[in-house]
Design a protein around this ligand. Structure first.
Ligand SMILES: [Zn+2]
Length: 341
């Protein structure tokens, strides 16, 4: 039977060799695409109801609300320099209150002095690589920026609190609040993360970077989530998850972070590696590091693919789901501890 099949197959190849070559090429392309780009499995990690909120998460959600309200109740960017300065000072005050050492990277943008704000967790050591977690603190145009990026900033402040005093053995961890992620600075020399990435790779070996993107908009209703093509063919249309996304360079980092988050936190997540040509994949500060060869990912609620207030005057603090933001913030802290330890 097998011998007959093989004989038949061979005569088919002899009759029509081109078609067979095409089939083999298509199989190779499918295997390559699957390995390089296919979303992480299982698709959502956790599904079903979330576990009851802990007292720690309830307290954390109140602090997150305070941070988002303080930083992102009105537009703050180089078009609104006083508010941008107020946001920077608020972040610095929070870090000071925690007793952390603040470092500033100042530069001039749009004729104004602006700054990245950062703090280190742990101590530098010989051969110890650096790991970076960052979020930008400016908002877009006339948007107050509660989700973009009050949520990322609030989570990063609380990460600084949670990791205060922690000494990772294998890395120096840097928490960075970037200025000027939004237009007209995005992708230019005056983008805060571009400035920071260039400076830090000169001095330190950077193993990886995580950008905390918009992480505060959720819904349990079907029809609330869209996707850039072709990802909508794979995922459901309910906006109840967060996503871990990177370019192929960051495949291992998506794998490591998503795996760790899922081990320690019951919250729906999706993970994917996608080429930069997929809409939105490089729309954050991780792109500044990716451009310099540093594996970098973003954690995002997918922003404009679910949040109708993205970059609008209506992106205000009451739109944010602080309970879920608290769960994610705590989950990111557990994940960061595991990957830098
Ligand atoms: Zn934005």
């Amino acid at each position: 039977m097998l011998a007959r099949r093989l004989t038949e197959g061979w005569s088919l190849v002899r009759r029509n060799p081109t078609s067979i070559v095409l089939v083999v090429l298509a199989l190779f392309a499918a295997a390559f695409g699957t390995i390089r780009y296919f979303p992480y499995w299982p698709l959502y990690g956790h599904s079903g109801p979330l576990p009851p909120e802990t007292a720690e998460e309830t307290a954390l959600s109140k602090r997150l609300l305070e941070h988002v309200t303080a930083v992102a109740s009105s537009p703050h960017n180089t078009y609104h320099p006083d508010a941008l300065e107020a946001a920077a000072r608020y972040i610095e005050r929070q870090l000071e209150t925690l007793g952390l050492t603040i470092e500033r990277q100042e530069f001039v943008a749009a004729g104004q002095k602006v700054r990245n704000i950062h703090t280190a967790v742990g101590k530098p050591g010989a051969g110890k690589p650096t790991f970076i977690v960052g979020a930008h603190y400016d908002s877009d145009g006339i948007a107050p920026g509660a989700n973009d990026k009050g949520t990322g900033v609030a989570a990063l402040i609380e990460l600084a609190r949670g990791l205060n005093g922690y000494q990772p053995k294998r890395h120096l961890l840097r928490l960075v609040f970037f200025v000027n992620e939004e237009m007209p600075h995005f992708g230019t020399d005056t983008m805060g993360s571009v400035q920071f990435a260039r400076m830090i790779v000169q001095k330190e070996t950077v193993r990886g970077m995580i950008s905390l993107e918009t992480i505060g908009a959720f819904s349990d209703k079907p029809g609330t989530q869209t996707f850039p093509m072709p990802l909508g063919l794979v995922y459901r249309d309910t906006a109840d998850f967060i996503s871990f996304v990177g370019t192929p360079r960051a495949r291992w980092l998506v794998h490591e972070t998503l795996g760790s988050f899922r081990r320690h936190t019951q919250f729906p997540t999706i993970g994917g590696v996608a080429h930069a040509f997929i809409k939105g994949i490089t729309w954050s500060d991780h792109a500044s590091f990716d451009d310099l060869g540093v594996p970098a990912i973003m954690i995002t609620d997918t922003a404009l693919f679910r949040y109708p207030h993205y970059h609008k005057a209506t992106d205000t603090p009451e739109k944010i789901d602080y309970g879920r933001l608290a769960r994610i913030t705590k989950g990111i802290e557990r994940m960061v501890r595991e990957i830098v330890d």
